[in-house]
Design a protein around this ligand. Structure first.
Ligand SMILES: [Zn+2]
Ligand SMILES: [Zn+2]
Length: 123
């Protein structure tokens, strides 16, 4: 314990390979460079939250957006070209099949612009 107090910065390596500098107080708790890495490495089977806010899972060694995977498996078909899977209730972490809907890409992005506009007006 005394040794730790004397050192000002502690260097650790995140499993992703990034070097992280920690203050002694954080030393025991912090192991990952970001929350993305924390979910990725601590709960590899439950998936992790990507920087864009979507949950990603690993399937056969490849990472894939969980909502796309669920939709494809449920409908037994690939996502048609030019289409997106949208979260009906606006929560990108609710990947219940009932919350997912297939939308044309153009309509989907204008829908998101509209949602974003309304959110900003409320502030
Ligand atoms: Zn990392
Ligand atoms: Zn959407």
């Amino acid at each position: 314990m005394e040794k730790i107090r004397k050192i000002k910065r502690i260097i650790k390596e995140c499993p992703c390979g990034k070097i992280i500098e920690l203050r002694p107080k954080q030393y025991k708790r912090k192991k990952y460079c970001s929350t993305v890495c924390m979910y990725k490495y601590r709960y590899p089977n439950k998936g992790w939250i990507d920087t864009d806010g979507y949950r990603r899972i690993s399937v056969n060694g490849k990472s894939i957006d969980e909502h796309k995977y669920i939709w494809v498996r449920h409908n037994q078909m690939p996502i048609p070209k030019g289409c997106c899977i949208h979260h009906i209730n606006g929560n990108p972490l609710n990947n219940d099949i009932k919350n997912l809907i297939l939308l044309p890409r153009g309509y989907h992005s204008s829908l998101h612009r509209e949602i974003e506009k309304r959110r900003r007006l409320r502030i």
